[in-house]
Design a protein around this ligand. Sequence first.
Ligand code: ADP
Ligand code: MG
Length: 358
Amino acid sequence: MSSERRKILPLDKSVVNLIAAGEIIIAPSNALKELLENSIDAQSTQIEVMVKDGGVKLLQITDNGKGINKEDMPILCERFTTSKLVQFDDLKSIATYGFRGEALASISHIARVSVITKTNQDSCAWKASYKGGEIIGGETDGIKPVAGKNGTILVVEDLFYNVPSRLRALRSHNEEYSKIVEVVSKYSIHIENVGFNCQRQGGGGYDVNVRQAASRKDRIRSVYGSSIANNLIDLDIEIDDETRENYGLVSCKGLISNTSFENKKTIQPIFFINNRLVVCDPLRRAVTSVYGTYLPKGHRPFIYMSLTIKPENVDVNVHPTKKEVRFLNEEEIIELIVDKINDILKNLDSSRIFMTQQ
Ligand code: ADP
Ligand code: MG
């Protein structure tokens, strides 16, 4: 058969990589989330984010974590290279954020990536730059000794320089920057014992600044302000053995606003499931609607909730950006949480009525 009749041709590898990268990284905040999770996975206690032009020009993240061995640097940005997942079965019990070894590879296909990193066994830091998944300058010449502290500085420049369609689809620099601030804010509330800050390069000071030692309530105070922090109640739902066995819900903790919290702005509920920042619309709708009975019309709650669900019941791999998480017995689990919150709010409300009647 003549080759002119062939219509189905394999895509060039570079095109495949670009497409794959574009599925994971839609906006600078997606890249930032991946980098943030890498820094948390590396057991950092201080994570600093610097942004220019909404993250398009520059996304820089500095951590004081374990660092990367020089020997691992040549393949750092190759696809499916990870220090975290060895067997497919490990996915069931994955405790780190990363597991697919895809993030840095993807970013290096759509941006200029460089890394300066030092482990505590190294006497100096090492620097390398990457393009299209590969180290620039090769294994031997591409890695240069530089001065540096323990930890890793990851610099992402000119995001989407080769994907004009993605670049066009972005919002304004200010809007992209606020999405970045939102991601840093939410992680800074959830991840205790880690200090976080986030700023624009060359101006204005910190937009997020959470001290390492801050309690969770103080974390919320520094990100969302005192009016929220002063109106929070602890949520720690007791889970009996039966629920744990039948539904796989292990724990449900968090901080939620009380019934005297006066606020008309929508504050998107913050949900972490097994330590991942997720969007869970059924849960969001259900929890928000419980408050409907207790808050004056038009007022909205603040909700931060962290669920632990048996890892084998959770599918973290449904969405390329890992944002959406599915879990078994979703309806039953949501009902249980909603009932509990309803009880708490009901009690608060009746004690308030009781107090005002005295
Ligand atoms: P994944 O997180 O899925 O393993 P990534 O592409 O995000 O894949 O990262 C690849 C590897 O690079 C990680 O497994 C880790 O070993 C290393 N790495 C990335 N960022 C850091 C960091 N900030 N500190 C230490 N190691 C890192
Ligand atoms: Mg990762």
